[in-house]
Design a protein around this ligand. Structure first.
Ligand SMILES: Nc1ncnc2c1ncn2[C@@H]1O[C@H](COP(=O)(O)OP(=O)(O)OP(=O)(O)O)[C@@H](O)[C@H]1O
Ligand SMILES: [Mg+2]
Length: 255
């Protein structure tokens, strides 16, 4: 059975997609069979992996499976292969899901049902979450029951993490389940005093309970993204490879 991991933080632009793609790339480079699920209606991971045409295509899509418990497509039909790992893409219909799922039956458990069909084929399934708390993120949390949390090394992350932890706790209570935080990826895109203070805050608050990795701002991460691959499949070496390798090694320990 695959280890399923929701890469999540409802705050926008903190590095969720960057972390998802590069952790997936690191696990694949270590020989693991990986599936990346793009659960963000914006489709940044789908686009970042060079599959924009799939985002624009009509059915079958993950959105149609999440919209309709009786949709005819099997989960297999949603999978595309990429150089490094497999992908279930997002598409524009995903934007409608938040309102469509409101009041619907098993509204927060639909992704779990989809992943159950295919999880035997993978060692890791990583879900890139949207920048919001709502049905989609709840689906990811309940399907994966493991979270990897990217957060900017800036003061706004304190409130963002409180809100995320509250949501995790309320799902745990409401669904009588356990959701495990696997680690915090501190994305240090600025290198000022605030970033320094926040690294200390992360350490003081989570150190000892959670592994904390520090990702620095690197143009190599952007260039790999523009080339449709992770830094591991890009012909430019980066010192961030060791950070993503460390994350992958830690996740393998969880498997
Ligand atoms: N460490 C980094 N070095 C360089 N660029 C970065 C880094 N982290 C993020 N970025 C860039 O910042 C932007 C936002 O990052 P990303 O898309 O990964 O965040 P996100 O949390 O997924 O955003 P959203 O909430 O919109 O889904 C992207 O253009 C990405 O390339
Ligand atoms: Mg994103």
């Amino acid at each position: 059975m695959a280890v399923k991991i929701a890469v999540t933080n409802q705050k926008g632009g903190v590095g969720k997609t960057t972390v998802t793609i590069n952790v997936a790339g690191a696990l694949a480079a270590q020989g693991r069979k990986v599936l990346l699920v793009d659960l963000d209606p914006q489709g940044h991971a789908t686009e970042g992996l060079g599959l924009t045409e799939i985002y624009d295509e009509t059915e079958p899509h993950l959105a149609s499976r999440l919209q309709d418990l009786n949709a005819p497509h099997s989960a297999d039909e949603l999978i595309y292969s990429h150089n490094e790992f497999d992908l279930i893409s997002s598409n524009v219909d995903m934007f409608m899901l938040e309102s469509e799922l409101t009041g619907a039956m098993r509204a927060r458990q639909r992704l779990r049902l989809v992943l159950e069909e295919i999880e035997e084929d993978y060692e890791f399934i990583l879900v890139d979450c949207p920048p919001s708390l709502g049905h989609l993120t709840d689906n990811a949390l309940l399907a994966c029951r493991n979270v990897l949390i990217p957060a900017l090394a800036e003061g706004t992350s304190i409130r963002a993490l409180e809100i995320l932890y509250d949501q995790v706790e309320s799902l745990e209570q409401g669904y009588d389940t356990e959701i495990t935080e696997l680690g915090l990826v501190a994305n240090r895109v600025e290198n000022d005093g605030e970033a320094e203070d926040m690294m200390e805050w992360f350490e003081g608050t989570f150190g000892g309970q959670l592994p904390i990795w520090e990702v620095r701002k690197r143009v190599a991460l952007k260039r790999a993204w523009s080339s449709g691959v992770s830094i591991f499949d890009h012909d430019e070496s980066s010192d961030m490879e060791t950070v993503f390798e460390d994350i992958a090694v830690h996740l393998e320990g969880v498997a």
